[in-house]
Write a protein that binds this ligand. Structure first.
Ligand SMILES: C[S@@+](CC[C@H](N)C(=O)[O-])C[C@H]1O[C@@H](n2cnc3c(N)ncnc32)[C@H](O)[C@@H]1O
Length: 202
């Protein structure tokens, strides 16, 4: 919650500085645009998933240990700058889609897509509005309390055998089918692999 307050204060103060240093007061249009960018970003923060990218070497490891193959459907449920879906699409020829709730972060992902020359899709919005029934692999880096809220959707929509690869955080009391140990030398945290149908096998 502290990061949300801090972010709101810094953003509000920045807006204030921008307004008072302008030769003329900003028109309503500019303020509305600014708020439209800011509010969803704060919503993402409140939901417990601020934009913190998975380290690149960890992102590569996640896709590798998942066992992603050509034409598999890979979804990042909060894709940040898109790195996980770009790796899946570029290096493994997967059909990869990333969802991003924050418009600012979504713009960053779209720009980075050009540099990656990737065929991965980056969609703006809350992934919960999209159907996951064709998904083979979910990749995610989200806090445990956030992941817990997604369990009903995962259980309702994901097919048996679909895998969820979670960086650093466990999904409630689910049992991972594989835990990739952390690698402090490489600054990589644990990576958990869950399989639908086996999440309660303890
Ligand atoms: C910790 S970052 C991880 C980014 C990326 N997956 C990575 O590993 O580098 C989590 C991202 O998820 C986004 N997010 C949070 N909840 C979301 C939701 N319900 N739908 C889509 N994106 C969401 C946030 O805006 C944030 O950018």
């Amino acid at each position: 919650m502290l990061d949300v307050l801090l972010f709101s204060l810094i953003s509000g103060f920045t807006l204030y500085l921008v307004i008072i240093t302008m030769p003329q007061p900003p028109d309503l249009f500019m303020v509305v645009i600014f708020l439209m960018l800011l509010i969803p970003t704060i919503v993402a923060l409140i939901q417990g998933a601020p934009f913190v990218p998975t380290p690149m070497n960890a992102a590569k490891k996640m896709i590798k240990i998942a066992g992603v193959k050509k034409n598999d459907n890979v979804v990042d449920i909060g894709c940040g700058d898109g790195r996980l879906v770009y790796i899946a699409a570029n290096d493994y020829k997967a059909k990869a889609v990333g969802f991003e709730l924050s418009p600012i972060v979504w713009c960053i992902a779209r720009i980075r897509k050009l540099f990656w020359r990737s065929k991965a899709k980056i969609k703006f919005g809350d992934f919960r509005l999209f159907d996951l029934s064709k998904t083979d692999y979910i990749v995610c880096y989200m806090l445990p309390e956030t992941l817990k809220k997604f369990i009903p959707k995962f259980e309702k929509e994901l097919k048996k055998g679909a895998k969820i690869i979670s960086y650093a955080f466990y999904i409630a009391d689910w049992a991972p089918v594989h835990i990739e140990p952390s690698d402090p030398k490489e600054s990589i945290s644990e990576i958990m692999v869950y399989e639908i149908g086996k999440q309660y096998n303890k």
